[in-house]
Ligand binder design. Structure first.
Ligand code: CP
Ligand code: NVA
Length: 295
């Protein structure tokens, strides 16, 4: 099954194919070309957590491609609570052509994918956010050219976003410098020749082509005060950006908290590409949907 579950589970060539497809789909849309290859295809979207970008980009995306979205929102659809994940997977497979899921537990995603007879796309779990990182890579390529051999600096929490960057660095051969407090290091294995960990964010951003960060408290995290205490010296500000390449760009998957993980001066400044990044969720989502259905 051509599931889109994690970047490290997809061949490098397939990832490049999805990126190329996104570029093509985006140019078609910008040229006003109608492109509806998925007439009457049905996409179910399960949300256990809130969403703006993922919800809207998938919904607009499938509509633009000629298909139809069906949204199942928490609390109607908490996976495994009202019925087994097996039953949900089997039932949805009888109605729809594709399932996108945003859930708390990565195990639930894997279980749904295991029993589903239609492809499943990971729209974020506690462990990863692969659609976002694909959009980020597309945005990087648009602004800076090929990502291969470039340097990406991840600053802050070693969370689901950091994990998907780790997966991507292994597959797409760029250098990933991660700066997190010792206590908030990514929990997945990141030993790899392309990946370095630093406690000091200034060391991680040295020569970086992209500086990127995320909220200090992700959906489902409960230890707000502890996280703020640990992360306060990891704020991306003008001073930190000045240690990167002078033409480095800044990204944030959003939602952002100005003056916490990033200053307003940086996120609203000339190096920031956060709204291009958000827009690219639409184009990459459409490419991932087409890739999943054409296999
Ligand atoms: N970046 C992102 O996934 O945003 P939402 O949580 O709004 O979907
Ligand atoms: N790390 C964040 C990403 C939100 C898109 C979270 O999981 O809440």
């Amino acid at each position: 099954m051509p599931d889109f579950l994690d970047i490290d589970k997809i061949e490098r060539e397939e990832l490049l194919e999805i990126l190329d497809l996104a570029v093509d789909i985006k140019s078609k849309l910008k040229a006003g070309e109608v492109y509806k290859p998925l007439q009457d295809k049905q996409l179910a979207m399960i949300f256990e957590k809130p969403s703006t970008r993922t919800r809207v980009s998938f919904e607009v995306g499938i509509n633009q491609l000629g298909g139809n979205p069906i949204v199942l929102n928490n609390p109607d659809s908490k996976l495994g609570e009202r019925e087994s994940i097996y039953d949900t997977a089997k039932v949805l497979s009888r109605y729809v052509d594709l399932i996108m899921v945003r859930c708390f537990s990565h195990k639930s995603l894997l279980e749904l994918a295991k029993y589903s007879d239609v492809p499943v796309i990971n729209g974020l779990t506690d462990a990863s956010h692969p659609c976002q990182i694909m959009a980020d890579i597309l945005t990087f390529i648009e602004h800076k050219g090929a990502i291969e051999n470039k340097t990406i600096a991840w600053i802050g929490d070693g969370n689901n976003m950091a994990n998907s960057w780790i997966h991507a660095a292994k597959q797409l051969n760029f250098k990933l410098n991660i700066a997190t407090p010792e206590e908030l290091k990514p929990t997945i294995n990141f030993e790899h020749e392309n990946i370095s960990w630093y406690k000091d964010p200034k060391k991680a951003v040295k020569n970086a082509d992209l500086v990127t960060t995320d909220t200090w408290v992700s959906m489902g995290d409960k230890d707000y005060d502890r996280r703020h205490g640990l992360l306060k010296s990891y704020q991306v500000d003008k001073n930190l950006m000045s240690c990167a390449h002078k033409d480095a760009i800044f990204m944030h998957c959003l939602p952002a908290h100005r003056e916490e993980e990033v200053t307003a001066e940086v996120i609203d400044g000339r190096q920031s590409v956060v709204f291009d990044e958000a827009e690219n969720r639409l184009h990459i989502q459409k490419a991932i949907i087409i890739w999943s259905l054409k296999k």
